[in-house]
Design a protein around this ligand. Structure first.
Ligand SMILES: *[C@@H]1O[C@H](CO)[C@@H](O)[C@H](O)[C@H]1NC(C)=O
Ligand SMILES: *[C@@H]1O[C@H](CO)[C@@H](O)[C@H](O)[C@H]1NC(C)=O
Ligand SMILES: *[C@@H]1O[C@H](CO)[C@@H](O)[C@H](O)[C@H]1NC(C)=O
Ligand SMILES: *[C@@H]1O[C@H](CO)[C@@H](O)[C@H](O)[C@H]1NC(C)=O
Ligand SMILES: *[C@@H]1O[C@H](CO)[C@@H](O)[C@H](O)[C@H]1NC(C)=O
Ligand SMILES: *[C@@H]1O[C@H](CO)[C@@H](O)[C@H](O)[C@H]1NC(C)=O
Length: 610
């Protein structure tokens, strides 16, 4: 240990018996017992220095594990302190304890602000990170005690209480938020990191390190899987933020292996985050870069027709990604005989012109597929009322069907208008074909109306199809935010929407229990949450029926989670004929630049014979 000019020496350090340790400042709960209080003679080792502060660790870090031994010192108003310290210095400062957050929806970060009276105790001390996965490992299933009491992180109703108000004693071995809280301000090492996401707009990326994880999919991501209680949404993942040395993180994709990361734990913009000392680097890029094409191929007979489902992300006539969507349909989905499409925009896209027709958009996509494959899809669609179905303003997104006329014909075509509700008639038949389901129901306010249709299959039976795009999760709070359980935006709407569709399908089944019904689309919801459970009475989830492993059930990446928003549900009769199903991870696996849509497509092969 080398002493600097300002040094008080070791005797000085040990004489500060009455002063607070950093562990005492953090205390046993989320919020400091010394919030808004001035503290004197806080001694610590400088472990890292950032653009507007530095990180300090107890010089004898032996406090209880639940109270972090480290703390962030915020220095914006006194940069001279930052300029006079280096990593490895042991220092003593005075300051004020603050609980800071930039938004009320977030958690607090405990910090020492306005530090003054810098006294250097020693310098050149060794600074060793806490090795995660070795010294400390995160819990893998639950986020907080509050969620657990409510029935899980996705329990409905949510936002029952606020983490910062409950301010419970940290249980770092049980709950993810508590674990990361107990390391707030700490310098940590993450061995063997694996990327769980692509970079955000700010270059942040989610990882897990060499520690126990659950929900691991074959690509290397972490999928939301069933948990106790409810679902396991992977609190063992940690976000990597902007490097402290102002370098830029390398771009990642799902499953990339990264070089070891050393950085400090903080909380910023709604998430616990490790700020790496320097930019994270990709060690080996996940291979193959794109998944193999769907293995399911149409048998061109009613016993094995293929049904695709794809949210094609705001596709309009002039969209740059239109030819790429056609490539996906041809080269990755195997040109399904029938397609459930979501997010088809009107012909002039986001131009708010009052134009609601998507005929040219759909005709252009069909022509692009034909050019690549010779297959000429016909389409069935009903234009929405201008501006009434949500989504990108002016775009008038809607769901639509593509069908190969070699195998499907619309049965007794009688399209409804945007405001006509199609009804189930004896037979069963549909009063409007295609027709929208219950469009006047308040459940569909500012949301896509489902499109019901009945098709005759060549040599087979009639098939009822319902294409949905439920209300988005907009308005949700961070999974690591203050509201517990986190706010799941639009969940009440999706519940009402699911009940509307369920009631419609039950009328078809009341006419014919053996009816072949397929409900598919972007439900904007996970299997484990109540809106999806509303379908239990009338339909079967093809992921479950075909026994796709829970970890491989994903069509979307959000934050740290591989997750499934897109589903295909079928009536009982279809489950009895050996259905097959797969997700084609053509967008989740690729780079951000390689993405054609934010959703993966899925393909099923079904027997719809009489
Ligand atoms: C939070 O908990 C700590 C430790 O029990 C306590 O000292 C502090 O006063 C609490 N703060 C609030 C705002 O409840
Ligand atoms: C170090 O501290 C001294 C005294 O407060 C101040 O004058 C000087 O500017 C500081 N140095 C740096 C690099 O900030
Ligand atoms: C969650 O509930 C709190 C009150 O307990 C409220 O202030 C906050 O706005 C709610 N958050 C959301 C996103 O609804
Ligand atoms: C809608 O927009 C497209 C593309 O700009 C245009 O060709 C078409 O004529 C418009 N249709 C109507 C009904 O305005
Ligand atoms: C959108 O509107 C602008 C201005 O009227 C026009 O120049 C442009 O061609 C329109 N785009 C489409 C796709 O119709
Ligand atoms: C779109 O196509 C349908 C069927 O091909 C046709 O009935 C309808 O009039 C077309 N709409 C427009 C605005 O061209």
């Amino acid at each position: 240990m080398k002493f600097s000019l300002f040094s008080l020496g070791l005797s000085g350090l040990f004489s500060l018996g009455a002063s607070l340790t950093i562990s005492q400042i953090n205390g046993p709960a989320h919020r400091s017992p010394y919030e808004n209080k001035d503290v004197k003679d806080v001694t610590g080792l400088v472990t890292a220095i950032g653009p507007s502060g530095f990180f300090l660790r107890d010089t004898t870090p032996d406090g209880p594990t639940q109270s972090s031994n480290s703390v962030y010192v915020f220095t914006s108003s006194s940069t001279t302190i930052r300029g006079n310290i280096t990593v490895g210095d042991a220092i003593t400062i005075d300051g004020r304890i603050l609980e800071y957050r930039s938004d009320r929806a977030y958690l607090f970060l405990t910090e020492i602000s306005a530090p003054k009276n810098l006294r250097k105790v020693s310098s050149g001390n060794r600074v060793e990170p806490v090795v995660l996965g070795k010294e400390r490992s995160p819990p893998t299933c639950r986020y907080s005690a509050i969620d657990e009491k409510a029935g899980g992180v996705f329990a409905v109703p949510n936002n029952q209480s606020l983490y910062s108000v409950v301010n419970a004693t940290v249980e770092q071995d049980k709950y993810g938020l508590d674990f990361w809280e107990s390391l707030s301000g700490e310098l940590v090492k993450i061995p063997g990191p694996v990327a769980l996401s692509k970079p955000s707009n700010f270059g942040d990326v989610w990882v897990h390190g060499e520690w126990r994880v659950t929900g691991k999919n074959s690509r290397g991501g972490l999928t939301i899987v069933p948990g106790s209680p409810g679902a396991d949404a992977n609190p063992e993942a940690i976000r990597i933020g902007s490097p402290l040395d102002s370098t830029k993180n390398e771009a990642t994709k799902l499953g990339d292996k990264l070089e070891e990361i050393t950085g400090v734990v903080t909380y910023a913009f709604g998430f616990y985050t490790v700020l790496p000392l320097t930019a994270l680097k990709v060690k080996s890029s996940a291979e193959p870069a794109v998944p193999p094409p769907a293995s399911l191929k149409s048998s061109s007979r009613c016993s094995g027709l293929t049904f695709g489902c794809y949210n094609i992300e705001n596709l309009a006539l002039s969209s740059a990604h239109l030819p790429k969507v056609a490539d996906h349909i041809v080269n990755f989905m195997g040109i399904p005989d029938f397609m459930f499409l979501q997010e088809v925009q009107d012909d002039d896209g986001p131009n708010n012109s009052g134009n609601v027709s998507s005929n040219q958009t759909l005709a252009a996509l069909s022509a692009a597929v034909k050019e690549r494959s010779g297959v000429s899809y016909e389409f069935a669609v009903i234009d929405p009322v201008d501006g009434k179905d949500g989504g990108q303003p002016g775009g008038n997104i809607r769901v639509a069907y593509f069908y190969n006329p070699e195998f499907f014909t619309l049965r007794n075509p009688n399209p409804g208008s945007s405001t006509d509700a199609t009804e189930v008639l004896p037979g069963p038949e549909l009063s409007f074909n295609p027709g929208r389901i219950d469009p006047a129901n308040a459940a569909w306010t500012n949301s896509r109306k489902p499109l019901a249709a009945v098709f005759d299959t060549k040599g087979g039976d009639k098939v009822f199809v319902i294409n949905v795009h439920f209300a988005s999760k907009g308005g949700s709070s961070s999974i690591q935010g203050d509201a517990r359980p986190p706010v799941n935006g639009g969940v009440e709407d999706r519940q009402a929407q699911a009940e509307s569709v369920t009631s419609f399908v039950s009328k078809i089944l009341a006419q014919d229990r053996g009816a072949k019904v397929i409900i598919a689309g972007d439900f904007n919801e996970f299997t484990y949450i109540s809106p999806m459970r509303a379908f239990d009475k009338i339909a079967y989830d093809l992921d479950i029926v075909t026994e796709i492993p829970v970890e491989e059930r994903y069509t979307y990446l959000f934050d740290m989670n591989s997750q499934q928003l897109d589903h295909m549900l079928v009536s009982y009769e279809i489950t009895q004929r050996d259905p097959e199903y797969e997700h084609v991870h053509v967008n989740t696996w690729t780079t951000r630049e390689g993405e054609v849509s934010d959703h993966d497509p899925s393909v099923a092969k079904l027997n719809v014979c009489k």
